[in-house]
Design a protein around this ligand. Sequence first.
Ligand SMILES: NC(=O)c1ccc[n+]([C@@H]2O[C@H](COP(=O)([O-])OP(=O)(O)OC[C@H]3O[C@@H](n4cnc5c(N)ncnc54)[C@H](O)[C@@H]3O)[C@@H](O)[C@H]2O)c1
Length: 463
Amino acid sequence: MSEKSEPQTNTNQPANALTRRDFLSKSALAGSGVMILPSGTLFGQNTPNNRLNIALIGAHGRAKAHYATLKDENVVALCDVNALNMQFATKEFPNAKTYQDWRKCLDHPGLDAVLCCTTDFTHAWVANWALNRDLHVYMEKPLAITVNEARTVRENYIPKRDKLATQVGMQRHAGANFNRLRELVHDGAIGELKEAYAWGNRQIPKPGYLPDAGIPPETLNHDLWLGPSPYHPYNPDYFNANAGAGCLQWNMYWDFGIGQMGDMGSHTMDLAWNVIDAELPTSIQSKSSEKFNPEVTPVELQASYMFPANDWRGEIRVTWFQGGAMPKSPSNWLDLDKIGHGVMFKGDKGFIVADFGRRLIIPFGDTADLTYYKPRAEEDVLPELGNFQKQWTEACKNGKPAETACNFKYSADMIETMCLGLVSYRAGNKKLAYDGASGKITNNANANAFLTKAYRDGWTMDG
Ligand SMILES: NC(=O)c1ccc[n+]([C@@H]2O[C@H](COP(=O)([O-])OP(=O)(O)OC[C@H]3O[C@@H](n4cnc5c(N)ncnc54)[C@H](O)[C@@H]3O)[C@@H](O)[C@H]2O)c1
């Protein structure tokens, strides 16, 4: 049964699920927290030296959205494979040493932390290398593009969760609607939770890898851009985009990304993930009208996941829809197609339909009189998360590193789940049974091959 206004104690509860009451008592204790970082900086005091020594890897594009936060810290190293992009970053951080190869950048002396905005296919790699060097990490989303990558990051993170602060760039999580949805479902506004749905309508169809367009410009280190990926020849169309939208040029190709699951899926599934307190699914079933293309990820896809019961709800099914696939609306007067990126929760007393900023409760049936729902007391309302990136920089310093909203446990579980939808798709939309403890598909030996991907020789993911 759904609990009413009691706070949850589930171990997978997101950090921002602390009630305001918890938050205030924990904040009082935090005043005594002092931490010494690898750079020798002593924290717990508000001094000008109270700054992290940070490397910014992937220094332009999405990184622009982080410049303001980074200016409150010491950016001591910048890394980019594109000299034209590096120019923008060195204007912002003129004292930083510059690198092209993130492996060398991670060995910059005296680093405390890394903020990484490179291509999706390097994320798990940089994350593992950084964790192995005891560095705090902010990784742009998605954290990984295969099941195996997600699992490796989580395995490296868990033993260090009490000393390293991690965060995945799912910054929409700081929006108030995330907390409001969690409260509504947990407090019983739709009765007992039975099912959840998340969808996104972005469509970026691509026929296949781009043709060889000759020698790359001298300003681009194409070999390092490819990094661990299997070789693909240079083509300018992988790069021609406005800053911050570069990812849309390459994230549809299997060697470079996972399409909408890693793109808007990271944000939109997070709306559901923050509510359901799930770990890993026990079965996965995908559906798509598109034939498997070995070069390009599918545009249209739906993937259903079964999650075991936990201490506040029974077993539930969660389905991700993308590229035109949509859940059925609870009513013919509600056009879900008008909600580009949204979620829906189905309980035994009604539905909640939401996007990043709005939410709608639809009680149904004669007994849906809302007497079963007791909104929580004001002091138990979940506190605002505040600035998302600052939550991470503060967690690096305040002695409570695990308390970021989208840490590598939360985010690895979510992206491992999403990737399993692609595994089912690649296995011919077969229903797969999954053992989360061993990370194996147990009813289809061939599908296990899709838990990982091919990499270039000479690159080590966990180095
Ligand atoms: N959180 C969000 O809302 C959000 C929004 C946009 C992008 N992103 C994510 O940010 C990341 C970057 O996206 P983008 O659109 O800026 O991509 P992009 O292709 O423009 O690359 C960003 C920067 O990284 C550099 N770079 C690429 N590979 C590198 C490597 N191996 N080593 C060092 N530098 C490298 C590029 O030259 C560029 O300066 C992606 O993972 C994307 O999913 C997140």
